[in-house]
Design a protein around this ligand. Structure first.
Ligand SMILES: [Mg+2]
Length: 317
């Protein structure tokens, strides 16, 4: 079960996401067939973006921007401004360079720069459902977890809408944060999965019944029964969400969960980052291999952010 100490939880999510992201960066876009032959088993450098080992990407940058912004009090413009600072000035980047950014995210942040309100910036077409909101949403858990479900959802929608405005992305972020919240209370991840499904299946059907279709395998079935070749790992938000829950349920420690995610191929860093957030929370910061944490770029800054983030939420309760 997740650590009850807020500082440990903050470290677990921030390092959980970024360590996994960094494991996936060198092999982003590699096929599953390639990774079956040459699986990632340790923190490696170079490859896809020619970055040294321990280099995390946009997933972590935007997660850190959100976490840091929340410590100033919940403010959509502040979240947007920090994200823009990342995109245009390489704020919260491992080596002062932005080398990975999604198309929808870039277009949405450009709209914010032009003066569009935060909640109207994101892509709203059904084809705009990449995983760019899901990959950065986890710190919002501490802001929303004690709210009633409807308020939780509207807050999540507001934060997601900066880059992703389609309701499918909103439901995906909600599902992910519900799962994370459940892992804080549960020491059995399968019971957590059941509880989330019961709650979210009826919520989706109540809010937008046609959206139950894309969530069907995850929410109405048991994703852990599916073989690997039925789990996809593209940049589509449903694929990332399904793969992350599948990797969490199919393994029993942080290392195996995130390596499983990376070795699914394609969007390796994001699939791993989304898996790594939940696995970090569930197994705790101490379960993240120390040698991976020690290799992480700007490790001390992430550590300091964990302290600030947990202190903020400690004084809030
Ligand atoms: Mg990335």
């Amino acid at each position: 079960m997740a650590d009850s100490n807020l500082y440990q939880q903050a470290k677990a999510i921030l390092f959980g996401v970024s360590v996994a992201d960094a494991l996936g960066v060198p092999v982003e876009f590699k096929s599953r067939e390639y990774l079956h032959l040459y699986p990632v088993t340790e923190m490696k450098g170079y490859g896809t973006y020619n970055q040294p080992e321990g280099t995390w990407s946009d997933d972590s940058s935007m997660t850190f921007c959100l976490a840091e912004s929340l410590t100033n009090g919940f403010n959509l413009d502040d979240i947007a401004q920090k994200s823009v600072q990342w995109m245009t000035q390489a704020y919260w980047t491992p080596h002062n360079e932005v080398f990975d950014i999604g198309i929808i995210t870039r277009q949405s942040l450009a709209r914010y720069i032009q003066g569009i309100p935060t909640q109207e910036c994101g892509g709203k077409d059904v084809m705009d459902n990449g995983n760019g909101a899901l990959m950065r949403i986890l710190p919002l858990l501490f802001e929303v977890k004690d709210m009633p479900l409807k308020e939780r959802f509207s807050t999540i929608c507001a934060v997601s809408s900066l880059t992703h405005r389609h309701i499918r992305s909103h439901f995906a972020c909600l599902y992910y944060l519900e799962f994370a919240a459940e892992l804080l209370k549960q020491n059995d991840k399968f019971i957590a999965y059941q509880n989330v499904n019961e709650r979210i299946a009826s919520f989706i059907q109540e809010v937008e019944i046609s959206e139950i279709e894309p969530f069907k395998r995850l929410v109405l079935g048991d994703i852990s029964h599916l073989p690997e070749d039925e789990i996809q790992s593209s940049g589509y938000v449903i694929h990332t969400l399904e793969a992350s829950i599948w990797c969490l349920l199919k393994t029993d420690n942080y290392r195996d969960a995130v390596l499983k995610a990376v070795n699914l191929g394609q969007d390796t860093d994001t699939t791993a980052a989304v898996t790594g957030g939940l696995a970090g929370l569930f197994y705790g910061f101490d379960a993240i291999p120390t040698e991976w944490v020690n290799l992480l770029a700007k490790k001390d800054n992430i550590e300091k952010l964990s302290i600030r983030f947990s202190e903020y939420y400690m004084q809030k309760v």
